[in-house]
Design a protein around this ligand. Structure first.
Ligand SMILES: Cc1cc2nc3c(=O)[nH]c(=O)nc-3n(C[C@H](O)[C@H](O)[C@H](O)COP(=O)(O)OP(=O)(O)OC[C@H]3O[C@@H](n4cnc5c(N)ncnc54)[C@H](O)[C@@H]3O)c2cc1C
Length: 490
């Protein structure tokens, strides 16, 4: 590692910042969305931070500038509606937790309807200026090309989906080869309550219970021969997303996109993820399905089910159109659509603890997309938590994670243990995920009637449920902040 560090600008000694000069710094590796937010949160607790960012000394394949918190693709933080949208709720929670990313995003907003879109250069410049001007933050332009030195006793690794090879290799040496993935292979995930169980049914193949199972662990969607034929035609004709040049084509056994399997032969899927064997449809026991799409429980709450073996490069609109032709999924609401990308991320539920520390080396804490969240805002939110946890630890305070009913807590639970691992062959089952209502514990009492006393129906009911989830989240966040010395001190 290059020991030379560069302080980008003279320190601006504001009397507003607390200072604790004798304290050892916390090191943050990666000045992207997560690392920038983590550094801000730590410094605002009066703890010195050294932020190590490899750009411009070494560029990633997707970043174009040397700015901190560079947005590598779209300029959207997605919906800003905090009453009926999980990402909007995450925005609101972050604002209440003094997020730098949200402050810079709000200050650089460009018109985008109900979404929060930002001027990417203005946003990155605002984050860079805030961190550079903070008297407790030192920015070091260098690649950390191996495990951090042993005397760095508290480190946040926030190096993102394009973590440099040397650091990724070092992490792999600590965690084991299978624990760090270099591509995601994402099968769509469906909200359980949007699956039509008058068509689909619960059953495991040959009723096998397996370890921890019941014999009825899958939801099965049956297809006739003509439905299967139409489905294959749609897959073959559907619009697909290509790979970037630098991604190469990451196909490996057990992880082929469904449309690539269909290209290899019309019957391939029927002998692979869509095989109909060992299943009896209780709605029509005499009819043998020609093919079956299976969905398997994805989270401990039982609110989300993933489409087994359905990783795909189909465009998102095509996935919605084609997958909703599957019997039982006509009204499916998707928590996540399928994809396949270059993406470095840990098998976090196995490897990191509830405060984001690596079990095998607790001085290392992880944050951002490398932990298995997905998206700019989610990455920054996990950076926010990692920063607060590291700061509390340095100050000798108890670390209290946010309640799982909040957007922060729901995302953290997905990363650190909410996911149910699969024993099936194929790509590793823990895959990155955006925040969504399927990650939240269900309401104790779902709203049944509106303010006028009339029974709620259809979309009114869905909206009322989302409003109840977001109101609960913000109430619980307020309570958490009240009991959290970190926030109380601000
Ligand atoms: C091509 C591409 C397109 C994407 N498009 C979108 C999108 O449109 N919308 C969306 O929400 N999300 C998108 N994402 C996901 C996006 O990367 C994340 O949402 C977000 O940027 C991740 O934040 P992060 O802080 O974890 O990583 P990053 O923002 O990538 O930050 C990681 C930082 O670590 C630095 N770094 C890496 N290795 C080292 C090292 N060894 N030493 C020092 N520094 C290092 C990098 O230079 C980088 O600055 C995209 C990802 C990719 C790869």
């Amino acid at each position: 590692m290059d020991p030379e560090t560069e302080r980008e600008h003279p320190l601006t000694h504001s009397t507003n910042w607390p200072t604790t000069p004798s304290m050892q710094p916390i090191h943050v590796i990666g000045g992207g969305l997560a690392g920038s937010e983590a550094a801000w949160q730590i410094a605002n607790r009066g703890i010195p931070v050294r932020l190590h960012e490899m750009r411009p000394v070494r560029m990633s394949a997707a970043h174009k500038t040397d700015g901190l918190a560079e947005l590598v693709c779209s300029n959207s933080f997605r919906s800003d509606d905090h009453q009926t949208n999980a990402i909007g709720l995450l925005h609101e929670e972050m604002r209440r937790l003094n997020s730098l990313v949200m402050r810079a995003g709000d200050a650089n907003q460009v018109p985008a309807g109900g979404a929060l879109a930002v001027d990417r250069d203005g946003f990155s410049a605002a984050v860079t200026a805030a961190l550079t001007g903070h008297p407790l933050i030192e920015i070091c332009r260098e690649e950390i090309a191996g495990l951090p030195p042993a005397d760095w006793d508290s480190v946040i690794v926030a190096t993102g989906p394009l973590t440099s090879v040397a650091l990724a290799d070092a992490i792999r040496n600590v965690t084991g080869a299978d624990a760090l993935a270099f591509f995601d292979a994402i099968a769509p995930i469906v909200h359980r309550d949007s699956i039509d169980l008058s068509v689909a049914w619960f059953q495991s193949r040959y009723d096998k219970a397996g370890p921890g199972g019941t014999g009825a662990d899958y939801i099965n969607c049956p297809m006739t021969r003509s439905q299967y034929d139409d489905f294959i035609d749609a897959l073959l004709a559907g619009d697909k997303i290509g790979f970037h040049d630098w991604e190469a084509t990451p196909y490996f056994d057990g992880c082929l996109p469904i449309e690539v399997m269909a290209e290899r032969g019309r019957e391939t899927l029927r002998h692979g993820p869509m095989k109909p064997f060992g299943l009896t449809n209780p709605h029509a026991p005499q009819d043998k399905a020609y093919a079956v799409v299976q969905l398997r429980q994805d989270n401990r709450l039982g609110t989300l089910y993933n489409m087994v073996g359905f990783q795909t490069k189909l465009k998102h609109g095509e996935q919605l159109r084609i997958f909703r032709t599957i019997p039982g999924l006509h009204g499916a609401e998707f928590a996540r659509l399928g994809g396949l990308h270059r993406n470095t991320f840990l098998d976090s539920p196995k490897l990191i603890d509830a405060t984001l520390r690596l079990n095998a080396a607790p001085r290392l804490r992880f944050a951002g997309q490398i932990t298995g969240c997905e998206g700019y805002v989610e990455s920054a939110a996990i950076g926010l938590l990692a920063g607060r946890f590291a700061a509390a630890e340095r100050l000798g305070e108890a670390i209290v994670p946010p309640p799982p009913t909040t957007a922060h807590g729901a995302l953290l639970a997905h990363i650190t243990g909410g996911h149910i691992a699969t024993i099936d062959a194929g790509p590793r089952s823990f895959q990155p995920m955006n925040v969504n209502f399927g990650l939240f514990p269900p309401l104790a009492h779902a709203p049944g009637r509106g303010a006028d006393g009339l029974r709620l129906r259809g979309s009114q009911k869905t909206i009322a449920k989302k409003q109840a989830l977001t109101a609960r989240a913000l109430d619980d966040l307020t309570r958490w902040i009240g009991g959290d010395q970190v926030a109380a001190a601000e």
